[in-house]
Ligand binder design. Structure first.
Ligand code: FNR
Length: 378
């Protein structure tokens, strides 16, 4: 209605309402380095493509005369109440695409009443993001450093700043072969960085000869040495429990056995994800992994999903195949690139409205009514 009324005043939306064309539109406003940092995937991009193709293998079967005039999209995931089953995925170094970076994301998330997940590789500090997010719902994503003092310090800072839930990303203990970034020698990444976390962390800074602002090369090398390569296994998880009071989820699960191990390890949830196709080129599409994983864990923990979600129909399909909620990645980053906080609001409201309309027109009144019977194989 808002858009129709704006039309009467000769106004059109600030950028496309088709989330599958957001990248195209962002390409017109961003230099190639930042654009490809976001859009690119691992290797040949096979898994980025597979993530999208997987959604196309399923079709929604609308049902009629079910009175879906009033819909309830609310849900609760690992104890967090959400107005809709949509969250903002952790995305690092957002200063690459917009100077307001994670602060804009935090403000937009709070205004939209959508939970955000802050990345360890954020351009803004944990505390500043918390302040920008105010009364919003925020989770924290951990890249698990080799230095356990640093790890504990980051976790305690996040807990103190009101991040309620921990998401431990397991699939990025080193960066994949990302030729788009390698072609640019990672320059936009390094230039765009404040990477305030962990650069701002007292434990991290205490080990440096000079502060990161004065010797970025040493800081980056230290960052790399701390956050890549680890021989950690499932038996390391209790350390996180010791230093984190709230629920813990594991992100990057693609095999049913790993999902079962997460149950055995007492985790509260998992995120079925291939990191948006940015880690293992040729990896299984995340949506193709979802039904088997959902069947393996049942309701013993909450299953979240990301990688390739763009439209309201995609959200419905992921829920039908076993996810309780989804994480949006690139779509909101393109919103940020287009217009900071307002851009994110426009992009994410579009997905939420599209999901609500899809729910209505396919005859679903609540999330509980979305089941595997809502879909057929194309
Ligand atoms: C990511 N992702 C990510 N994940 C994470 O756990 N920590 C991080 O710092 C980042 N950084 C990051 C940067 C950029 C530019 C992108 C696009 C992605 C992965 C992210 O959380 C999520 O898994 C994917 O983005 C989901 O796929 P879509 O929605 O982008 O297709």
């Amino acid at each position: 209605n808002e858009i129709y009324l704006q039309g009467l005043a000769d106004q059109v939306p600030p950028f496309t309402t088709d989330p599958t064309r957001l990248a195209e539109s962002a390409r017109e406003i961003l230099p190639p380095g930042p654009f490809w940092y976001v859009e690119g995937g691992a290797g040949s991009g096979a898994t980025v493509r597979a993530n999208r193709e997987a959604f196309d293998k399923w079709r929604i079967v609308p049902r009629m005369l079910r009175d879906a005039t009033h819909r309830d999209t609310a849900t609760t995931v690992v104890g967090t109440q959400m107005a809709a089953p949509v969250m903002l995925a952790p995305v690092g170094v957002q200063s690459i695409v917009h100077p307001d970076a994670e602060l804009a994301t935090a403000r937009a998330a709070a205004a939209l009443n959508v939970p955000m997940i802050l990345s360890t590789a954020s351009s803004n500090t944990i505390e500043d993001v918390a302040k920008a997010n105010g009364d919003g719902t925020r989770w924290f994503q951990l890249y698990w450093p080799n230095d356990l003092d640093l790890c504990a310090s980051i976790l305690h800072r996040a807990g103190d700043a009101g991040f309620t839930t921990l998401v431990v990303t397991l699939d990025t203990w080193t960066l994949a072969w990302r030729s788009r970034d390698l072609d640019q020698a990672y320059l936009p990444f390094i230039r765009g960085t404040g990477t305030a976390i962990p650069f701002s962390d007292p434990v991290f800074r205490s080990g440096l000869a000079k502060p990161p602002e004065e010797d970025l090369a040493s800081a980056v090398l230290k960052w790399v040495s701390l956050f890549t390569g680890t021989d950690r296994g499932w038996d390391a998880l209790p350390f996180l429990r010791e230093h984190w009071d709230g629920p813990i989820l594991l992100k990057g699960i693609l095999h049913p056995d790993d999902a079962r191990r997460a149950v055995d390890a007492g985790m509260d949830g998992i995120v079925v994800s291939n990191h948006g196709g940015r880690q293992v080129d040729g990896a299984i599409a995340a949506l193709d992994a979802l039904p088997g994983i959902a069947a393996a864990v049942g309701d013993r923990l909450d299953v979240l999903f990301d990688s390739g979600v763009r439209t309201g129909a995609d959200v419905l399909k992921a829920l039908a195949l076993g996810a309780k909620a989804i994480l949006l990645g690139r779509p909101y980053v393109w919103g940020l690139a287009h217009g900071g906080e307002d851009g994110i609001r426009h992009a994410v409201r579009g997905v939420l409205a599209d999901f609500d309309l899809t729910l209505a027109l396919s005859g679903h009144r609540s999330l509980a009514e979305i089941t595997v019977d809502s879909l057929v194989r194309a």
